[in-house]
Write a protein of this length. Structure first.
Length: 395
């Protein structure tokens, strides 16, 4: 593996050892996903969830030359309001390319070196809901070389930076006590950089997640839930061209702290806005003459795949003594009975494609969700992420 965690032990609320000690959890999580490396990925992280954490890259990748559109890789179109879902093509069981690719040219997957070259000294911003958070998380796992992805829910802003040798992830208000002062200073600098009032370390790449619901830069929840962000009579996963996205969300005057994004001042590589898996990608035009916009849908990517990319349908909660606590979990799953070998099924199909543990808080982790297949590689979000990165980084 190219990445090694620098955390010698997990904070109590992130330690998965008690959860994984349950034989039922082992069967329904680890064995179910064995062929996909689900628990191998957890063991590589010392049975610890990924947030907050830091690490070092054990293999150094030399910086390659920039990828050239139409030569080294197929690039998504940046026509005004382009729909990247309209004619995308799967050229393997797990990799796709956008529409309009020339014969013999597919979309290359950008690795850590290419992404680092593209984002050094710049900000890539993700704004949105939990499905947008999963794109942010997918980027971190991809850079760390961890194949299976089991996120730990959090509803706060997050900041991730990496260099050729190390990386660090910080979640607002989730600092360990000994890191509180350092992390507070980090957030003051990130807030200033987003507003265009501070410079960034030019040796590092910088990625920010702005969660709508609990963001320091948020508007009111009612504005988001009321449909002002994404609207359109026929907006759904298969008709993303009918989704109307409010541009430059981060520049709204109503943001707390006078914050948000200082368009034209902040060193932006791009802004990714998402709600319910529908995504709008914005980039400052190279000539400085405005902002380009393109649309995609993670749900449509999953629906078009040659293999079934399931949403999470299996829910489970352990009671800490090797069994399952059906009473606490009754509202979230359908119980097949204690003697059943079938996993408990969520009472409603989860909208998330990324396997996950329960919310990050002060108590140890007790629950998880996964697809019926046990496949936690999150191929849907990985392909969506590669579309976004190629569009921003290839020349």
């Amino acid at each position: 593996m190219a990445w090694r965690s620098s955390t010698p032990s997990c904070p109590r609320e992130q330690d998965l050892t008690p959860l994984l000690a349950s034989p039922l959890v082992q069967r329904h999580l680890c064995r179910a996903g064995a062929e996909f490396g689900t628990c191998a990925s957890l063991y590589a992280q010392h049975n610890c969830t990924h947030t907050p954490s830091s690490g070092t890259f054990t293999a150094h990748n030399p910086l390659p030359r920039p990828l050239r559109c139409g030569v080294d890789t197929c690039c998504p179109s940046w026509r005004d309001g382009a729909c990247w879902m309209c004619g995308l093509r799967w050229h393997s069981l797990h990799e796709l390319s956008p529409p309009g690719c020339a014969a013999g040219v597919t979309m290359a997957r950008l690795g850590r070196a290419e992404i680092g070259r593209c984002l050094r000294g710049k900000l890539l911003v993700f704004q949105g809901d939990s499905l947008t958070r999963q794109l942010f998380n997918r980027l971190i796992w991809w850079l760390r070389g961890i194949d299976s992805n089991l996120e730990h829910y959090y509803q706060k802003d997050a900041y991730y930076s990496f260099s050729a040798t190390d990386d660090r992830l910080t979640i607002r208000t989730h600092s360990r006590r000994e890191h509180a002062a350092r992390d507070a200073a980090t957030w003051r600098h990130v807030d200033a950089a987003l507003a265009g009032n501070a410079t960034l370390d030019p040796a590092r790449a910088h990625v920010v997640l702005m969660m709508f619901r609990n963001s320091a830069w948020r508007e009111t929840d009612e504005n988001i839930q009321g449909g002002r962000f994404l609207r359109g009579k026929f907006c759904d996963e298969t008709r993303t061209t009918d989704c109307i996205v409010r541009e430059r969300e981060g520049g709204a005057a109503g943001y707390r702290h006078g914050g948000g994004i200082g368009w034209g001042r902040a060193p932006l590589a791009g802004v990714v806005q998402g709600q319910m898996g529908r995504v709008a990608v914005h980039r400052p035009r190279p000539d400085g003459g405005g902002v380009d916009l393109a649309l995609l849908s993670v749900g449509a990517i999953a629906a078009s795949a040659p293999v079934e990319l399931e949403r999470n349908v299996v829910c489970m909660e352990a009671d800490g003594s090797g069994g399952l606590n059906w009473t606490r979990a009754a509202g979230a799953m359908i119980d097949h009975g204690h003697a059943s070998k079938l996993p408990p099924v969520c009472a409603h199909q989860d909208g998330h494609f990324q396997c996950s543990f329960g919310p990050l808080g002060r108590e140890p982790t007790r629950s998880f969700k996964r697809p019926l297949s046990g496949d936690c590689r999150d191929v849907a979000n990985l392909n969506a992420l590669q579309l976004i990165l190629t569009s921003l980084c290839a020349t």
